[in-house]
Design a protein around this ligand. Structure first.
Ligand code: FAD
Length: 375
């Protein structure tokens, strides 16, 4: 746990990329900030690819370039997509971007280094901490937290919910999660690559298939991650069959299987939600939701971390203005969030529309009539 009971301008719930970014942005605007993080920075976290544009957001936040250097993380040359046809892939080449490369992060190393930097900038992080009780009284929040050993009492003028897809605090304030499909990601990590460094792929590769799409990302240290994104009713996830269905489906791919073959050691398969969702309401009196807690994107976008960093940076400025008397700053920020989500939905529909080879399969039929699928 961090320091004893205390009063802060802002308390952030969740110390993922978005929570860390908003805390940093607020601290740089002269506000006192604490983060309540329920976990630690040692657990596995999903999501690794940062497109070149994300490096610009990190720079705007003032994060030192060393945090994403190529000793711990892998510089990535771009994204190759086998999507929409069998003959040639589409490529996004970061060489032509001002930063010249993207980054495939080793997580949770990145989160740990980011949290250490944010601490050095004056933010207090309470890790392994859970909120026991929160209430609002005469313009101040009162929050009781516990980490299993100690209890603390915090006060704050403002609370930010950056708790990821659970959006736990916002839901306690009455917001509701709206889901747009129920897709999930079946994930496997591989280590020990038999290929020499110079022959290894350093692109992210995406390949569509009849029940969804595959993703391959090389990681530093000769590791990689591979995942299949599909709908829960289209794959048998029972423990004794999942390995077999993974292998048989992987072997049918055009590009992904070849990339995975040189890796000799495979982790167990894990499964997590990869659905699009958003909150029906992003803010209330003295609180605001950002990052995945506000809106979670399809991993096809590879923009979840970048979005979290950008929300953090923008929200930090909006809340600083609000605390200094600009009553409309939060409302303007929420209008921006609405626009970001509308643009995301339209881009996502556009991407899925360009794949028409399995127009009869359930996965693709569902993606081709997105608008009717809001649950
Ligand atoms: C399969 C998959 C692959 C992905 N791949 C990519 C990718 O390659 N590139 C990319 O940019 N994005 C990717 N994403 C998306 C990306 O992981 C998320 O968008 C990003 O992590 C969101 O950041 P965040 O800080 O908003 O939330 P999170 O990263 O979820 O962080 C939330 C934090 O809040 C903490 N927390 C939760 N509840 C509480 C609570 N009650 N109290 C205190 N703390 C709490 C959690 O421990 C966590 O640290 C992927 C997502 C999935 C599902």
């Amino acid at each position: 746990m961090g320091k004893a009971s205390n009063a802060y301008d802002v308390v952030v719930i969740g110390g993922g990329p978005c929570g860390l970014a908003v805390a940093l942005s607020l601290a740089k605007n002269g506000l006192s900030v604490a983060i309540i993080e329920r976990g630690s920075y040692n657990q596995k976290r999903v999501g690794e690819h940062l497109p070149a544009s994300a490096l610009g957001v990190l720079q705007e936040l003032g994060v030192p370039a060393a945090l994403v250097d190529d000793k711990e993380h892998l510089h990535c040359a771009g994204v190759v997509s086998w999507w929409g046809n069998d003959n040639f892939p589409h490529s996004v080449n970061y060489f032509f971007h001002p930063f010249g490369h993207g980054v495939n992060l080793s997580r949770p190393k990145f989160d740990r280094a980011f949290a250490d930097y944010v601490r050095r900038m004056g933010v207090v992080i309470f890790d392994h901490a859970k909120i026991q009780k929160s209430s609002q009284n005469t313009g101040s929040w009162h929050i009781d937290i516990a980490d299993g050993k100690n209890n603390d009492h915090l006060q704050a003028l403002f609370i930010i919910d950056a708790s990821g897809k659970s959006a736990s605090f916002s839901r306690m304030q009455g917001s509701r999660i709206v889901t747009f499909e129920s897709q999930l990601a079946v994930i496997r990590y591989y280590t020990t690559c038999a290929l020499p460094l110079s022959n290894r792929e350093n692109h992210v590769v995406i390949e569509s298939c009849d029940i969804g799409w595959w993703y391959f990302a090389p990681l530093s240290g000769g590791n990689c991650v591979c995942m299949l994104v599909t709908d829960p009713d289209l794959i048998d996830l029972r423990k004794h069959t999942i390995d077999m269905s993974w292998h048989s489906r992987l072997e049918k791919t055009r590009a992904i299987a070849q990339l995975v073959h040189p890796f000799t050691t495979a982790s167990d398969i894990s499964v997590c939600s990869a659905r699009t969702q958003r909150l029906n309401r992003f803010h209330g009196e003295g609180w605001l939701t950002i990052g995945d807690a506000a809106m979670a994107f399809d991993p096809l976008s590879s923009h979840g971390i970048t979005k979290g960093l950008r929300h953090g940076w923008m929200a930090g400025k909006a809340i600083s203005h609000y605390i200094r008397g600009d009553n409309f700053a939060i409302r303007r920020f929420c209008q921006d969030l609405e626009q970001i989500f509308a643009e995301y939905l339209s881009t996502r529909a556009g991407y899925y529309a360009t794949e028409q080879r399995w127009a009869d399969s359930l996965f693709w039929r569902r993606r081709h009539c997105f608008d009717q699928q809001q649950h």
